[in-house]
Design a protein around this ligand. Structure first.
Ligand SMILES: C[S@@+](CC[C@H](N)C(=O)[O-])C[C@H]1O[C@@H](n2cnc3c(N)ncnc32)[C@H](O)[C@@H]1O
Length: 298
């Protein structure tokens, strides 16, 4: 089982998906969450998995074929491509950090949800000082500051998540932190897994073997050498959002009404004629409207 599958299983369980539903899995990568979704929906379900990378689409397709899951189609597409829409759920596991404008992305998902549809996301963090992910990031920042510039984590605290979803027209219905124990036989095995994985792949391609090797050596110094076994519990934030006012089902509660948006609402449309009538009624109720009074809108 891939190391991060327990987080994907949590996401699928928390969304309380039912057999026969339609689910879009964006930035699906190798597809561990795609398999979990397809199993939750059964043969009558519809799963559309998308990823921008041809290679990832190929890997995901192979996993789906191996698991013999007939309800899944895998396509090369941007995460903003919502296909036919009317999704009971739209998922994005560990993919949001790649988008500078996450609100614009989620705005594309909002109208593509069914009446009781949900968006479910996973993102790494809050960071623990001294966990191997963080130590590698620090080593990269020290030795390769320019390559390290692009952050791989987004603000996952409740307030930031609520703001991100609300700006895209959705309200937050669930926010929780997950932890699972992740073990590697050695620090070297951790670096190999990390640099082959989708988050660090771009960085390792950009650096090449020699420069990446120097970053790894700096990391090994922090964790007791390349052969030291590693075991840690990285935190991931799970957030679920839905259309304001809609009733949604979650694993933790069978029926939740998504709250109204708390942020700035739509600008008030002024009723000029109504305002004028109020003024005139109070002062001179018998007056006919003067010629230049705002006209009543039909
Ligand atoms: C960190 S991986 C996560 C993969 C998978 N969801 C998981 O949790 O294992 C991020 C994935 O996003 C994909 N990706 C990057 N930019 C994208 C975009 N604009 N649209 C769709 N997918 C994108 C990458 O190819 C990569 O497979």
């Amino acid at each position: 089982m891939p190391r991060f599958t327990p987080y994907h299983l949590d996401l699928v369980r928390e969304l309380a998906l039912s057999p026969g539903q339609r689910v879009l899995v964006t930035s699906a990568g190798p597809g561990s969450e795609v398999l979990a979704v397809a199993r939750a929906l059964g043969d009558r379900g519809v799963v559309r998995a998308t990823d921008a990378s041809v290679e990832m689409v190929r890997v995901c397709e192979a996993q789906v074929a191996k698991a013999d899951l007939k309800s899944v189609t895998v396509e090369r597409a941007d995460a903003g491509d919502v296909g036919d829409g009317a999704w009971n759920a739209i998922l994005c596991a560990f993919g949001l950090w790649q988008f500078d404008d996450r609100v614009a992305l989620i705005k594309k998902w909002t109208p593509a949800l069914s009446a009781h549809g949900k968006v479910g996301v996973l993102t790494w963090g809050p960071p623990d000082e001294g966990d191997p992910f963080e130590l590698m990031a620090v080593a990269l920042k020290e030795l390769e500051p320019e390559v390290a510039q692009k952050r791989t984590r987004i603000e996952g605290d409740r307030e930031s998540m609520q703001r991100m979803f609300e700006d895209a027209g959705l309200s937050l219905v669930r926010h929780t932190i997950l932890r699972h124990t992740v073990t590697f036989s050695s620090a070297e095995a951790f670096v190999a897994a990390l640099t082959e994985g989708c988050t660090w792949r771009r960085i390792s391609e950009e650096l090449g073997a020699e420069r990446l090797g120097r970053v790894a050596v700096r990391f090994y110094d922090q964790v007791g050498g390349p052969t030291a076994p590693l075991s840690f519990d990285p935190a991931a934030t799970l957030a679920i959002a839905a259309r304001p006012g809609s009733d949604v089902e979650l694993a933790v509660r069978p029926s939740v009404k998504a709250p109204p948006l708390s942020g700035p609402q739509l600008p008030e449309i002024r009723d000029e004629h109504g305002d004028w009538v109020k003024r005139i009624e109070r002062v001179e109720p018998w007056d006919e409207p003067p010629a230049d009074a705002p006209r009543k809108k039909s």
